[in-house]
Design a protein around this ligand. Sequence first.
Ligand code: ADP
Ligand code: ADP
Length: 226
Amino acid sequence: MSVLKITDVSKIFAGPTVAVDNFSLEVADGELVCLLGPSGSGKSTLLRMVGGFERPTSGLMTIDGDDITHLPPERRPTGMVFQSHALWTHMNVFKNLAFGLKLRGLPQDQITEKVEAVLELVGLAGYGTRGVNQLSGGQQQRVALARSLVLEPKILLLDEPFASLDQHLRERLREEVRDIQQRLKITTLFVTHGQDEALAMADRIVVMRDGRTEQIDRPDVVYREP
Ligand code: ADP
Ligand code: ADP
């Protein structure tokens, strides 16, 4: 059953630049779909529209049948992790994770419980009192992921989350994120321009070019030897 439905969505920037061109996609419950393509192919714009950070010029997006096309980000059941983590450096790890839960009015004991559980999930149990700036780049991205997950989104949106990390760390985090995604069975859209990353992580790969789908299939089919 598909959770996310994107129907005929376009984004035209002034210029005009057609960033996303009549794009449609259905993502099944628990599926991880990679949007793969060269720089400028519209991946990021598409993801930002699903997250509510960019308005579509036309088209429709639904989550579990509900029209989300014009909802602001905070009213969508989506969680987004950006290329650069954008953590709040004046708050420790715990407060970074607790912030969104506080806004939702959760009582303190439940906040603590949820934050500790998610820190455990991303392998950072006991790191709550650390300052964000005391953490390595990889640890900061794990906190950014945790900050999205703690709000229990239906759909996780990842925009090149490992882009600023070195090759070794990327490969490790790739495994970790895939593992967490499968454990939570959380429906995920993952933007990357790295074929190896898409191949290692995706249930399906959407190859994008000029704002459109060039190819869509399972990794073993997309990369089948000719
Ligand atoms: P990708 O994520 O695949 O690199 P983007 O979605 O960032 O692609 O960009 C798709 C196209 O839209 C590019 O031509 C880019 O320059 C253009 N674009 C993206 N954001 C904006 C914006 N805010 N204003 C104008 N053009 C934009
Ligand atoms: P990406 O790494 O996804 O390709 P970019 O580095 O191209 O992203 O763009 C970073 C930011 O600048 C994004 O918010 C994007 O929307 C915006 N942007 C991209 N291209 C343009 C453009 N031609 N004009 C204005 N803003 C743009």
